[in-house]
Write a protein that binds this ligand. Structure first.
Ligand SMILES: [Zn+2]
Length: 295
């Protein structure tokens, strides 16, 4: 089985999922293609992109986290938010990557059982179903990071793809360097990890619930209607754009002290979890209790 699950959403938009890990998006203009994030680097993503388009590719990172930048070195034009400049030069800590893999191995084993129970994918979609690591993948040598951006993006900057443009919206909160990318003419919004159906990670030491709430507020006030939300961990373009308002409400409830239960993230670290509908906010007590995401 291939590592990637590729789906064409419409004429100009492709989803490139690493099932159960992360989703990168390929957005085609008349002159350039934008690749939104480059995945985990567990398998090369550039051959997948080159099979889909002949256009020159502008890679744009939504933020520096290891599961979004692993393929950066495969591309010559690498754009990121200006606050990501220094962070992209760091690497994900060995211990963090090992915790990630250790957390996934039992889930990968379980996925085999799930696949066997639902071989026709009537309920379980392949985009979400974890796959075995590719043959030849050396977890000990896996070391995402350390690849500089070739261009930095500021709030309001436009990336010209020819017949369409992507505008940069700075959206810190999940991470300090987060950006979203919006095509106002077509209503397509790429959000990285700022909007998620399911676990919204805002419990890291570097996270800020207050910043995240402000960032989501910016997305709620975009001047033209959002038609589709393309998220870094949701393996489809979300047509129910009420997710923006729902996320804003969920963050407001957390800020007002909504009840929570104790939970764990994929790395096995403890956190507070407040579920409101389809948004599950992961947060912490605000004391340094989390872990570094870079060396
Ligand atoms: Zn992230």
């Amino acid at each position: 089985m291939d590592w990637f699950e590729v789906r064409q959403v419409n004429r100009d938009l492709w989803m490139i999922a690493e099932p159960g890990h992360v989703v990168s998006w390929l957005y085609l203009g008349s002159e350039f293609a934008a690749l939104i994030d480059s995945g985990t680097g567990i398998a090369p993503i550039k051959p997948v992109v080159e099979a889909l388009t002949n256009l020159p590719v502008k890679l744009i990172n939504t933020h520096y986290h290891f599961d979004h930048i692993g393929g950066n070195a495969e591309f010559t034009e690498r754009l990121a938010g200006e606050k990501a400049e220094a962070l992209l030069l760091r690497h994900a800590p060995r211990d963090l990557l090992q915790r990630y893999i250790d957390g996934l191995l039992p889930l990968i084993a379980k996925a085999d059982a799930d696949r066997a129970a639902d071989p026709d994918y009537m309920a379980l979609t392949p985009e979400l179903m974890l796959r075995p690591f590719p043959a030849g993948f050396d977890a000990k040598a896996w070391c995402p990071g350390g690849v500089a951006a070739t261009g930095l993006l500021w709030e309001g900057d436009e990336i010209d793809l020819g017949d369409r443009k992507l505008r940069v919206i700075e959206t810190p909160g999940h991470s300090p360097d987060g950006i979203c990318l919006f095509d106002p003419a077509h209503g397509v919004l790429f959000v990285g990890d700022t909007l998620i159906e399911g676990p919204l990670y805002a419990h890291y030491d570097e996270s800020s619930l207050a910043d995240l709430a402000l960032s989501v507020g910016k997305l709620a006030r975009l001047e033209t209607p959002v038609q589709a939300i393309c998220s870094g961990h949701v393996a489809r373009a979300i047509a129910e754009v009420s997710l923006i308002a729902e996320t804003g409400q969920a963050l407001q409830q957390v800020a007002q002290g909504a009840p929570y239960r104790m939970g764990r993230d994929i790395f096995g670290y403890g956190l507070r979890e407040t579920r409101t509908g389809r948004v599950w906010v992961y947060h912490s007590d605000g004391k340094a209790s989390s872990f570094p995401l870079h060396d």
